[in-house]
Design a protein around this ligand. Structure first.
Ligand code: GLP
Length: 263
């Protein structure tokens, strides 16, 4: 696991995007992205869009797969993840909307929609770069505490903490959908590279557990300790409860030339 501590959220976005661009370069324009909603990856996606606009990153034939979607919210609803991904990923990065996928939380048969989603990821050969945020309870996607570490895309019930955290996007907490479809932890772990970003003190405890705690379904993001190519980029606030801060900083400052990011 590579841990990079940045001074602020803007820098987190720049570093995460530079890391992704480095991974994407040898893959070429057909790179398959895994994309997340939430506030965490907003700067990262904006920076990726800037790299596309400047010609430094070619996503002209890229596909994208969102992590999750609420159940029962129609596609055009401002809080549907279909809509958020359209605004933060598809349009700014100039992706072909036909190649951008979000689980269908409005399907009559939700279980079939989950299987179809897994099949669609398999059909393009899997995800090359999975972007992740983390919930304040350590969830990734909507894999709430006690999610199976080998779970696949399925229906989940949101934890009370997530309902509370996401209430800010709705008129009231009662309007937050209770159910969602989410890629499983096993699905996420199949991605060839993972980049998790987190900022702010509200994430400090979850980040410490994900990086330095035991691998446990109580902090689902801790499964990333088993991933061979996981990078976690955090600001100093989200890093506050880590015990090896000096080590992570020294490692990044002393990267060999060929590993250094161009930021
Ligand atoms: C949301 C999403 C996650 C996201 C997380 C954190 O509910 N399902 O994919 O990473 O919670 O959100 P934020 O980045 O806004 O803190």
């Amino acid at each position: 696991m590579e841990v990079i501590i940045c001074p602020n959220a803007q820098r987190v976005g720049e570093v995460a995007a530079a890391k992704a661009a480095r991974i994407a370069a040898p893959i070429g324009p057909k790179v398959v992205l895994g994309v997340a909603t939430g506030s965490s990856p907003v700067q990262t996606f904006a920076e990726l869009a800037r790299l596309v606009a400047s010609g430094d990153l070619d996503l002209s034939e890229a596909s994208a797969f969102a992590l999750d979607e609420y159940v029962g919210i129609p596609e055009g609803h401002p809080q549907s993840y279909h809509e958020i991904i359209r605004q933060t990923v598809t349009e700014p990065m100039g992706l072909d909307p036909a190649r951008v996928h979000v689980p269908d939380g409005f399907a009559d048969d939700l279980q079939a929609a989950c299987q179809a989603y897994e099949d669609a990821i398999t059909a393009v050969g899997g995800v090359d770069i999975q972007f992740l945020g983390a919930g304040s309870n350590g969830h990734i996607g909507f894999n709430e505490p006690t999610s199976s570490l080998s779970s696949r895309t399925r229906i989940k019930t949101l934890a009370a903490k997530t309902l509370e955290d996401n209430a800010r996007f709705f008129d009231s907490i009662d309007d937050v959908p209770r159910h969602c479809l989410t890629q499983g932890l096993g699905t996420i772990m199949d991605a060839r590279n993972v980049i998790l970003v987190a900022t702010g003190t509200g994430k400090a405890h979850a980040i410490a557990q994900i990086i330095e705690g035991p691998i446990t379904a109580m902090y689902p993001g801790s499964v990333l300790q088993l991933h061979p190519h996981a990078t976690i980029v955090v600001d100093s606030e989200a890093a506050a409860e880590l015990s090896l801060i000096d080590y992570y900083k020294a490692t990044y400052a002393n990267l060999p030339e060929w590993q250094r990011l161009d930021v």
